[in-house]
Each structure stands twice: as structure tokens, then as C-alpha cells.
Ligand binder design. Structure first.
Ligand code: CP
Ligand code: NVA
Length: 310
């Protein structure tokens, strides 16, 4: 997009944007975050409204979008399945037609990606994925920004994913493909990542490992996630048994680069997918990672609503 160009775009998965758009967004994030830290008012979204639809629980996604939108001068409407007609089987297409006539932007957290896509197909305004079973692009955008803040460019680096081949893993794989880094993945049998879900162009960006320790060897970033994602709670016991050896611990971190970072999208379960010494230790940047959700999403909302600025 050129300055002032407001051709409508959605952000439904990480691969919806090109590397050059990410370079722009990450630089805008840096500027927007610096202004926020200096208490400089920046309100380009006055009179704009964001609708946030949650069909699953959230702390970070809600607070970061809501606070970010208010800081930029806009306002928000918060809907959940329980307090709207979404929970009473109103078709998603009808909900999209109605909601998008009244607001300027929609963020949705739901189950199947297909539901998000159906909403977007019937929306008059841009739609953002706030997490689906398949992807979590806003989180990976924050993670990449956090990596760059601490270590510089992620191009050519190695990111180790230890754990479930879930929405986070799929999105890391899309990011590796687009931004030119390598993703090492180790999952228990039966919980593998499916590269077809990510739809990568460059298969060389993915390396699979049976052992989580081997996946961590030489990594610049080690990251993991809960063993049981939202919507999969019925599998909790089976997963607890299957994932027992996929806890990121101090030994695994010692195999990574000496200055490797640790990330987790949160919420975390200490003693399950990560040892307390790791998530609360000096290599962990999880609190920066959480805060950066707000800064990257402010840049994203600015981009989707007013295009390129400056
Ligand atoms: N990481 C993340 O999306 O957190 P919430 O589930 O709290 O929104
Ligand atoms: N994979 C997790 C991420 C939570 C932010 C889930 O989908 O529940």
C-alpha cells in the first residue's frame, strides 16, 4: 500500500502479508512504542471503532487490543459467544454483514479458521485473527518484534519449537518461510506439525527432530506453548502423558546458543511445558513479548485502517 491507500486488507494468517510489509509494520511498531514510552499522545484512530469477538477466553489479546485502540483515540465493542446472538446460532455470515456495517475493524478469536474466513468474506471492514485453532498471527508478530528488539534481525537465525504442533507452531512456520529463518520442531508422536496447514513455499525452513534437546541445539530462540490448547481440553490426560518429555528445562537451554532467548505466548504452566527456572530466568523475555502484543497491534490497526503513514 502507498501512503493514503486504504484498499481493504484482512489479517487472517501470517502469510497474508509479504516480507516488505512486515519490515514496514515492525518499523512502525518501533515508532509507536517509543512514542508511548515517552507519553506522547498519538491518536490517528479518533472516531474509529473496533469490535472484538471472543469465542474463547483471553487476557492478553483483549487487554492489548482494547488498550491499544483507546490509546489511538478509538473505541471498542466487546462481544462473547455467551452474551451475543453468536451463541444462539445466528449464522456467522449474517453476524459479519451486520457488525461490519457499524464498526471500522473486527478482531475475532474463534475455533476453526474456516469460521474466521467466512466472517471475513462477508465483512465490509478489515478482519484480524485474534487466534484460531490453526493460527495466531498477532502473537508471532509480537514475538518477531521482541526478538528484533533484543537481538536484531531474525533472518538466518534458528528458532526451536518444543511441544505441540498447534496454532503457534503453524504460525511460526509461516513466519520462517516469509522472513527467512529456520524452524526446528520437536513434537511427541501424534502431535506433529502439518506443513500443509502452514502452506510453506520453502520446505527448507522446517527441520524436524525426534528429541526436543536436539531441536534446541544451536537455536537463537527456544519457544514452547501449553500442552493442551483451548478447545482440546477433552484430550488433557492423554496429552499430559504424551508431552512429559517436552518440558523446556535448563539443560535444553544450555544446548542452545549462549545468548539464546526463551519465549512463551502465555498463559504458561510452570513444571509442564516449561521449567520455572527457564521462564523466570535471565534468558526469558516473556513479559516484553506480552507487552509487545499491544505495540504491534497498534501498528497493525493503523495499517489496516489508514494505510501507510509517513
Ligand atoms: N497469548 C495470548 O494470546 O494470550 P491470551 O489468551 O490471554 O489472549
Ligand atoms: N495454543 C494456545 C495459545 C493460547 C494463547 C491455545 O490455542 O490455547
Amino acid at each position: 500500500m502507498k501512503p493514503g491507500d486504504t484498499l481493504m486488507k484482512h489479517y487472517l494468517q501470517f502469510k497474508d502479508f509479504r516480507a516488505e510489509e512486515y519490515a514496514y509494520l515492525l518499523e512502525r511498531t518501533r515508532i509507536i512504542k517509543t512514542r508511548f514510552k515517552n507519553y506522547e499522545k498519538y491518536q490517528p484512530l479518533v472516531d474509529r471503532t473496533l469490535a472484538m469477538i471472543f469465542e474463547k477466553a483471553s487476557t492478553r489479546t483483549r487487554v492489548s487490543f482494547e488498550a491499544g485502540m483507546y490509546q489511538m483515540g478509538g473505541s471498542v465493542v466487546h462481544l462473547t459467544t455467551g452474551d451475543s446472538q453468536l451463541g444462539r446460532a445466528e449464522p456467522i455470515e449474517d453476524s459479519a454483514r451486520v457488525i461490519s456495517r457499524m464498526v471500522d475493524l473486527v478482531m475475532i478469536r474463534t475455533y476453526e479458521q474456516a469460521k474466521l474466513e467466512a466472517f471475513a468474506a462477508h465483512s465490509r471492514v478489515p478482519v484480524i485473527n485474534g487466534l484460531t485453532n490453526e493460527y495466531h498471527p498477532c502473537q508471532i508478530l509480537a514475538d518477531i518484534f521482541t526478538f528484533i528488539e533484543h537481538r536484531g534481525s531474525i533472518q538466518g537465525k534458528v528458532v526451536a519449537w518444543v511441544g505441540d504442533g498447534n496454532n503457534m507452531a503453524n504460525t511460526w512456520l509461516q513466519a520462517a518461510d516469509i522472513l527467512g529463518f529456520t524452524l526446528h520442531v520437536s513434537t511427541p508422536g501424534g502431535y506433529e506439525i502439518d506443513p500443509a496447514v502452514a502452506g510453506v513455499q520453502n520446505p527448507g525452513c522446517l527441520k524436524l527432530f525426534k528429541s526436543p534437546a536436539a531441536a534446541c541445539a544451536g537455536a537463537h530462540l527456544v519457544t514452547t506453548d501449553v500442552w493442551t490448547s483451548m478447545g482440546y481440553e477433552a484430550e488433557n490426560e492423554a496429552r499430559r502423558a504424551a508431552f512429559a518429555d517436552w518440558c523446556v528445562d535448563v539443560q535444553m537451554m544450555q544446548l542452545a546458543q549462549p545468548d539464546a532467548l526463551f519465549m512463551h505466548c502465555l498463559p504458561a504452566h510452570r513444571g509442564e511445558e516449561v521449567a520455572a527456572e527457564v521462564i523466570d530466568g535471565p534468558q526469558s523475555v516473556v513479559w516484553d513479548e506480552a507487552e509487545n502484543r499491544m505495540h504491534v497491534q497498534k501498528a497493525l490497526m493503523e495499517y489496516l485502517l489508514i494505510g501507510r503513514v509517513g
